[in-house]
Design a protein around this ligand. Structure first.
Ligand code: SF4
Ligand code: SF4
Length: 93
């Protein structure tokens, strides 16, 4: 679980810039959590916040993110064999 303490947040944008998963957004010069389901709980945001405004409790975020990414990869592969991808041939699927 991740939370931003709005009273401590100065809007410096560091967490927004370091998050590899596009979880953190900025609004009215404050950080907020928008895409929590994508959070890997890597801790980069909390570690880099000089104002100690981010509270991160480790849970299953990393595992959840890995599973979701794997599921997305499986779905992408399941859309066809790729035989018509070059646009020159009519594919079989
Ligand atoms: S790094 Fe900390 S102070 Fe800076 S925007 Fe993020 S939460 Fe706010
Ligand atoms: S813990 Fe990592 S993935 Fe989650 S919001 Fe912070 S920087 Fe982004």
């Amino acid at each position: 679980m991740i939370q931003v303490d709005m009273d401590k947040c100065t809007g410096c944008r560091v967490c927004f810039n370091v998050c590899p998963q596009d979880v953190i957004k900025m609004e009215n010069k404050k950080a907020y959590i928008e895409n929590y389901v994508n959070c890997m709980e890597c801790g980069a945001c909390a570690l880099n916040c000089e104002y100690n405004a981010i509270n991160l409790t480790k849970g299953t975020g990393c595992l959840g993110a890995i599973i979701r990414e794997d599921i997305l990869k499986i779905r992408q592969k399941a859309t066809g064999c790729g035989c018509g991808d070059d646009k020159k041939l009519t594919g079989c699927c």
